[in-house]
Design a protein. Structure first.
Length: 203
DNA sequence: TATACGATCACCT
DNA sequence: GGTGATCGTATAC
């Protein structure tokens, strides 16, 4: 059978309904897919960060259960999308059981399908800048708050099993942009592919 | 009602 | 290396 005829497996709810650090690690190498008018925009996930529960001072849910953070308290496998700095969106995937607020921030992709659509939305000189940051990839894939709460086991936005990443290829560092997070600041909860040129800013 | 600020980015020097 | 853009949220009054 031709390779192209084998459908890629969409990650199931059971994948997301596990410890957040494990999900953040295993999302590396998988393919984030956005479908718009039956066209696919996609990229391989090369950088993630875990945000875990109310004790994690970097996690939005540490300031309580509010209308904004409600999605994080819901069941795993949904999108938590929020607006940051008044102009950029960030995409998270909700993990773990209902009432335990946790999510994985998707920080960077290696662009795959739909490059023309991404270039049209991003208007940058180099393809390396298409999806090399959390706000950039949302703009490239047309992800905004209209997708907040969207089911990742649906058809508009989902993640497919793609690449198996060996442990030796995974780097962990503290998370980016959380100087206010006190004791949680230094936790090594950022995961990225070693030596990958498409990641977001270095430390 | 008012105010401060952020899980960022692009452009500047 | 530095800084301005821009607005939804959380919190204070």
């Amino acid at each position: 059978m031709p390779r192209a005829a084998v459908p890629a497996a969409t990650l199931s709810r059971a994948f997301y309904d596990r410890p957040t650090l494990l999900v953040a690690r295993e999302l590396l190498g998988q393919r984030l897919v956005r479908v718009i008018d039956e066209h696919r925009l996609s990229g391989i996930i090369v950088e993630t960060e875990a945000y875990v529960g109310t004790d994690d001072l970097a996690c939005h849910a540490s300031r309580g259960r509010t209308s904004r953070t409600e999605v994080m308290f819901g069941p795993a496998g949904h999108a938590y999308v929020y607006l940051i700095y008044g102009m950029h969106h960030c995409l998270n995937v909700v993990t773990e059981r209902r009432d335990f607020p946790a999510a994985v921030l998707i920080r960077a992709l290696a662009p795959g399908e739909g490059l023309d659509g991404m270039r049209r939305r991003r208007r940058v000189r180099s393809d390396r800048q298409l999806t090399s940051g959390p706000g950039k990839l949302c703009q490239a894939l047309h992800i905004d708050r209209g997708l907040n709460g969207a089911d990742l086991c649906g058809v508009d936005l989902f993640i497919e099993a793609a690449t198996r990443v060996p442990e030796a290829s995974v780097v962990t560092t503290p998370r980016v942009g959380i100087p206010y997070a006190g004791a949680s600041r230094e936790l090594p909860w950022r995961f990225l592919l070693r030596d990958h040129p498409g990641g977001s800013r270095s430390m």
